[in-house]
Design a binder for this molecule. Structure first.
Ligand code: SF4
Ligand code: SF4
Length: 459
């Protein structure tokens, strides 16, 4: 395509001023925002015993989730959890469309709060439009300045809370107040705070339209039975303005009075009457808007509503369809697998590293000795005593452990111990497999084994 000389292929985004609207879905959205942000800002302040209930302690390579401590060795649980999260997204998208986008996505939730602060300082939609086009004055400076103050304070608090998931939040608070925050802590706090400020304050719908990968591929999970927000064209058209007293049917009009309210409340600036569009985040603001107009006109509600493609075309909708069964079965199996493996998880890890510098040592009395380093990781929060054992060759003995082969490991700690294993020359020849074991003294069911090799002279 030839570009006319001097014409730009780039069209800058027009600022959207979403109009405030009340209603069933607006209340639901507010509730979701309060609950989700309440959880985000509140969780780091809860303690579980002596420590923060939820703490991703990266330097110590430990994730504390209430009573559970996950170690790098528990990575399969995390992978399973992510697969479950992805499958849940597929399941709920196929069932109810973009519920996540409209009510739970961080971008939506934070944008909601930022728009609320904007309304608080700059006023309603018409006042905001007027203020933006007005020349700078004391009133404009005061309103814009108040908005920036609220946005920046909230963003700093958000960055601080984010870092509080990785550093004990009370210590962080003390460092913050003493203006003694470390370099990396400061960097991540500002980075997250700045991302919140930029995404929720300025980029808003641009993130959903151009940056979010989910917006691009979610349509692949849609079918004619997926719940979507749609305009009922057969009922609304032909659209047109009229007085409430006018009989729409007699005037040859549909129920849409072409008031544009559904467009004005849309946070992504689209017209739902043009059909299903990928920019629609299913926030349901247009449903509340149109319902309020239908009430005023004394028409039945639901010209814009949650529906399905089949229902819009007067065909029957099937909630239970094959793909739902596949997603649900996989979800149930994975959740059951995760719960079972977590419930039966042994809270100790045993690592045995054989000394590679020597094959074996010959001792007086015809004894053969091999050297190992044993690592016992106590994954529980309580200190525990364990009995170390070794088996697999006749007359094996363990040396270097201490009284009664017992070791003591603090909660959430690693004990590294060099040990010597001995066997009589008559029983130790060639390469043999031996088993080390660690068993908790207070609970014999807490036990773990690890195989290693024992080397002796070749027969
Ligand atoms: S079209 Fe309706 S549901 Fe979709 S984003 Fe706009 S207001 Fe929200
Ligand atoms: S709010 Fe309802 S009546 Fe008004 S333009 Fe939108 S669809 Fe038509």
């Amino acid at each position: 395509m030839n570009k006319p000389q001097g014409a730009s292929m780039y069209e800058s985004a027009k600022k959207i001023y979403p109009r405030e609207i009340g209603g069933r879905f607006a209340n639901l959205s507010r509730l979701a925002t309060i609950v989700l942000l309440g959880l985000f800002y509140g969780i780091p302040w809860f303690n579980w015993g002596e420590r923060q209930a939820v703490l991703f302690d990266l330097p110590a390579r430990k994730f504390h989730l209430i009573g559970l401590t996950l170690w790098p060795q528990d990575f399969p649980y995390l992978a399973l959890l992510l697969i479950i999260a992805a499958l849940s997204l597929f399941f709920f998208t196929a069932l109810a469309g973009r519920l996540w986008c409209g009510f739970a996505c961080p971008q939506t939730v934070w944008t909601e709060i930022f728009i609320w602060m904007e309304q608080l300082t700059e006023g309603k939609r018409s006042q905001r439009i007027k203020l933006d086009t007005a020349p700078w004055s004391w009133n404009k400076l005061r309103r814009k300045g108040s908005k920036q103050f609220l946005w920046i304070t909230f963003s700093i608090w958000t960055g601080f809370t984010f870092v509080g998931y990785f550093t004990p939040v009370r210590d962080l608070g003390a460092e913050f107040l003493a203006l003694n925050v470390g370099g990396w802590t400061l960097f991540w706090g500002f980075f997250y705070g700045f991302a919140t400020y930029g995404n929720a304050g300025y980029m808003r719908e641009q993130v959903c339209k151009y940056m979010c990968p989910y917006a691009r591929f979610q349509s692949a999970m849609f079918d004619e039975d997926t719940l979507i927000i749609s305009y009922d064209e057969s009922r609304g058209e032909p659209r047109g303005g009229r007085k409430r007293s006018v009989d729409a049917k007699a005037a040859g009009l549909g129920d849409c009075i072409d008031c544009q309210l559904c467009v004005q409340v849309c946070p992504t600036g689209i017209d739902i009457r043009e059909g299903l569009q990928y920019e629609c985040i299913a926030c349901a603001a247009c449903i509340d808007a149109c319902d309020s107009i239908m009430d005023k006109m004394e028409y039945p509600r639901g010209l814009v509503r949650y529906t399905t493609e089949h229902a819009i075309h007067r065909e029957s909708t099937h909630v239970l369809r094959p793909r739902m069964f596949v997603y649900a079965t996989l979800l149930i199996l994975l959740c059951a697998g995760l719960v079972t493996s977590m419930a039966t998880r042994t809270p100790i890890i045993l690592d045995v590293i054989r000394d590679r510098n020597s094959l074996y040592r010959e001792l007086p009395n015809d004894m053969i000795e091999n050297i190992y380093t044993i690592k016992v990781i106590n994954q529980s929060d309580q200190a525990r005593s364990f009995v170390l054992g070794v088996d697999g060759v006749e007359g094996l003995s363990l040396d270097g452990v201490g009284t009664d082969d017992t070791v003591h490991v603090d909660g959430g700690s690693v004990l590294s111990l060099p040990v010597r294993v001995r066997a009589h020359r008559d029983d130790a020849y060639g390469i043999m497999t031996i088993q080390f074991s660690v068993t908790a003294i207070d609970d014999e069911s807490v036990s773990i084994h690890e195989d290693s090799r024992f080397l002796g002279p070749m027969p």
